[in-house]
Ligand binder design. Structure first.
Ligand code: GLN
Length: 493
């Protein structure tokens, strides 16, 4: 039995029916990783020993009929900025090289301890989640499994490449301005950004804390629903997590969507959107219409201010959040007995942070400084409220919003890396969702002329992940391309 052919929910059933041993699954997982890692570089670190050890323990439990947990024995890859106890967690940065947190993030606790999934390794990412291509990782870029000359998207690039290539079945990413949906779109997998506050951020190393959300990356919508159910819910350790009932997301995935109204914002289809992307998105919209949904044109008038608003807020928060990495509190210290405290701080931060992170800290500090605060930061907060209001108005007319996830398919490695502004513009369709705090799903909806995947984005109302998963699942069934994966692993073996 080859695990590469199965979705997570199918494999869970096979484990519980004793059709396959947990140790076999883990061994296959590492074989798959070893067969393909030099081509795509999904991981910053692997925890093979610990994972195999846990697999053996779980198999014993299974033999004794003592298995417990909804993800029992399932391998999962975790983005490198979500704390896993005693497991390397570097945020893709040299400043945290060798850092092993002494505690679990709440999601790690729920997934690994409570539900008994097994962490196989830590996935590659743009340093501190700043980027849209994973080229800003201090450990080298990841490569798109559909075309190794192209980026996988970012910042959760490794979490998408490992799932897209079949190295693992599910992973965790984070989404501050699109970092789950962008790589999901570029790599042809499913990515879910939950409502802000739906999933605890405790143990997630912050980039921009008013925007950051943890979410799953998977090969199908049902697996995303399964994971969300486990991750979601109030956490006393995170005051921004909401105490709102967690739906049973897997229950109504096949419910008809006949009475649903889908809003199509005209601003999401303007210039900058590639023709091939428009074509496939329109086809997916047509599918929803055939499923009985009503399609309605809507408008989000302040959308054009998204990028400046997002980057002003994200950089300001980043400059404050990253102040703790000074070599004294966190991070490896520049060590020279001759140096005074200022030199230690500036050398540590100057040498260990990468270029993009330094750029954002400097800009963020500038934005927050006296005199500029009102001009930039406060103004951005006001525009954020207007964008939020646009969405609130839109949701009085529709149940969900559908549009492209990214304006283009995956671009070439190196193409935008020296042009940060162009790279920022890539986030135009994902960032508004974060500014508003809404949930959104990206599912693959086809390929362009170069055989590169295209992502279809479904944006929901607050805490209505239920509806977007339902719509996504029905469209996925109709499209029926979700089992298609690039041939890397099969060819290499
Ligand atoms: N590309 C965006 C940025 O660089 C989004 C990153 C993210 O969601 N973590 O800020």
């Amino acid at each position: 039995m080859k695990i590469i052919d199965f979705m997570a929910y199918e494999l869970i059933e096979k484990i519980n029916n004793k059709e396959i041993k947990v140790i076999d699954i883990l061994q296959q997982t590492y074989e798959n990783i070893e067969a393909s890692e030099d081509l795509i570089h999904s991981f910053i670190s692997l925890s093979k020993e610990e994972a195999l050890e846990k697999a053996r323990i779980l198999d014993k439990k299974l033999d004794n009929g003592k298995q417990s947990g909804k993800l029992f024995g399932l391998p999962i890859a975790i983005k490198d900025l979500i704390c896993v106890k005693n497991n390397l967690t570097t945020c893709g940065s040299k400043i945290l090289e060798g850092y092993k947190p002494p505690y679990n993030a709440t999601v790690s606790d729920r997934i690994l301890e409570k539900e008994n999934a097994i962490c196989v390794g830590r996935t590659n990412m743009d340093e501190f989640a700043m980027g849209s291509s994973t080229e800003n990782s201090s450990y080298g870029p990841s490569y798109n499994p559909w075309d190794f000359n192209r980026v996988p998207g970012g910042s959760s690039g490794g979490s998408a490449t490992c799932v897209a290539s079949g190295q693992t079945i599910i992973s965790l990413g984070t989404d501050t301005g699109g970092s789950i949906r962008c790589p999901a779109s570029y790599c042809g997998v499913t990515g879910l950004k939950p409502t802000y506050g739906r999933v605890s951020r405790y143990g997630l190393i912050s980039y921009a804390n008013s925007l950051d959300v943890i979410g799953p990356i998977s090969r199908c919508v049902k697996d995303a629903a399964l994971l969300l159910k486990i991750m979601a819910g109030k956490d006393p350790l995170d005051s921004t997590s909401y105490d709102i009932k967690v739906d049973n997301y897997t229950n109504d995935l096949d419910k008809p969507i006949e009475k649903k109204v889908l809003g199509v914002p005209k601003e999401f289809f303007g210039e900058g959107i590639e023709q091939s992307v428009k074509k496939k998105i329109n086809e997916a919209i047509k599918i929803s219409e055939n499923l009985g949904a009503e399609i309605r044109e809507i408008t989000l008038p302040h959308l054009e201010y998204t990028i400046p608003t997002y980057y002003l807020i994200a950089m300001s928060e980043a400059s404050s959040n990253l102040a703790r990495f000074d070599g004294l509190r966190y991070g490896e210290m520049y060590d020279n007995p001759q140096s005074d405290v200022f030199e230690v701080f500036s050398k540590t931060r100057g040498e260990k942070f990468g270029e993009e992170v330094r750029r954002r800290i400097i800009l963020g500090t500038y934005i927050l400084s006296a005199g500029y605060y009102e001009m930039f930061y406060l103004k951005a907060l006001k525009v954020r409220t207007l964008i939020k209001q646009d969405f609130k108005n839109a949701f009085t007319q529709c149940d969900a919003i559908v549009c492209p996830t990214m304006p283009t398919t995956a671009f070439k490695i190196g193409e935008l890396v020296d042009d940060p502004l162009q790279m920022y513009l890539m986030d135009a369709l994902t960032c508004p969702v974060n500014l508003a705090g809404l949930p959104a799903l990206s599912i693959p909806c086809g390929f362009d002329q170069n055989n590169l995947p295209i992502g279809f984005q479904i944006i929901g109302n607050y805490f209505d992940e239920h509806t977007i998963l339902n719509i996504g699942n029905l469209i996925e069934n109709k499209l029926n391309i979700y089992r298609k994966i690039p041939q890397i692993i099969r060819n290499k073996k």
